[in-house]
Design a protein around this ligand. Structure first.
Ligand SMILES: Nc1nc2c(ncn2[C@@H]2O[C@H](COP(=O)(O)OP(=O)(O)OP(=O)(O)O)[C@@H](O)[C@H]2O)c(=O)[nH]1
Length: 263
């Protein structure tokens, strides 16, 4: 037998160490080299396959991560939009009644510790129904958007204006405004809203009536303040005064009389 064709007797033991003569040693070494080379080439092949698989997995992982990031951003955007829609008026993009109530309650809670006054201004456009009736709902909508922008522009950034609904708006003025300052502010809001406006061919103007309620003089909770500012606005409109401060004797409903009991 030629040496290269001889196989070690027992592949489970170390054949090189057990070679009894030179011929067996050569055969054992040749066999070791051959199996070693096969092992190296098999392992290199396996490693290349593994590397390819890893690269594919990494690519898939990258794509999955990007898709996950996109889905997460979409969900966050949707959540933000839902929160925003829940607290904003879709026509004017001003905060809505719900947002106003929350902010008023927060301002009232802070006021207690800071001992400051704050005021609610209630605005309602005069004869707005005529705008809709004469020029159509779309013109009325555009006018409401413009009024919203004008109110926002006439207030400090620390003050808040919301659309309560229809042609009604409310402002929350915090800090420590006195009556003269509040009267001036109401006048500035009326001037801003009443400026003539051009809508295509149409030239229009609207005027608001404003009622003012002050915390703590006129109430210390959100509902009372808004109701009282509304009552004052109603009187301002009725008397065509433009602005009115809440007056308990005039604006509160008279207490109902107890029915006389039969004897
Ligand atoms: N264009 C438009 N009109 C609205 C909207 N919401 C409510 N309105 C209309 O606004 C009008 C408000 O009515 P009122 O405040 O009672 O009527 P007004 O003519 O302003 O009367 P006074 O407040 O007494 O001066 C109604 O005709 C509603 O139909 C809206 O989103 N868009």
């Amino acid at each position: 037998m030629i040496p290269s064709q001889r196989q070690p007797a027992d592949t489970g033991r170390a054949p090189v160490a057990e070679a009894a003569d030179l011929e067996m040693l050569l055969a054992a070494v040749a066999w070791r080299l051959q199996t070693g080379a096969t092992d190296v080439s098999a392992s290199a092949h396996a490693q290349r396959a593994l590397a390819r698989e890893c690269a594919r997995d990494l690519l898939r992982l990258g794509r999955d991560a990007a898709a996950l990031r996109r889905a997460l951003k979409l969900a966050r955007d949707q959540e933000r939009r839902a929160c925003r829609d829940a607290e904003h008026d879709s026509l004017t993009e001003l905060p809505n009644r719900r947002r106003f109530d929350l902010q008023l309650q927060q301002a009232l809670a802070r006021r207690t510790s800071e001992q400051r006054t704050l005021a609610v201004l209630f605005l309602d456009l005069d004869d707005f129904k005529r705008v809709n009736d004469l020029h159509g709902h779309a013109v009325g909508d555009e006018l409401l958007r413009i009024v919203a922008r004008r109110l926002r522009g006439a207030l400090r950034s620390s003050d808040m204006v919301c659309r309560l609904g229809g042609d009604e708006f409310a402002c929350l003025v915090s800090g420590a405004p006195g009556r003269p300052e509040l009267k001036r502010l109401a006048g500035a809001l009326i001037t801003a809203v009443s400026a003539p406006l051009q809508l295509g061919e149409l030239q229009l103007s609207v005027r608001p009536s404003v009622g003012i309620a002050i915390c703590p003089d006129d109430g210390v909770d959100a509902e009372a303040l808004l109701q009282r500012a509304d009552a004052a606005m109603f009187r301002a409109k009725r008397q065509r005064r433009g602005v009115a401060f809440f007056e308990p004797h005039t604006d509160l409903p008279a207490p109902s009389l107890e029915p006389v009991k039969a004897a």
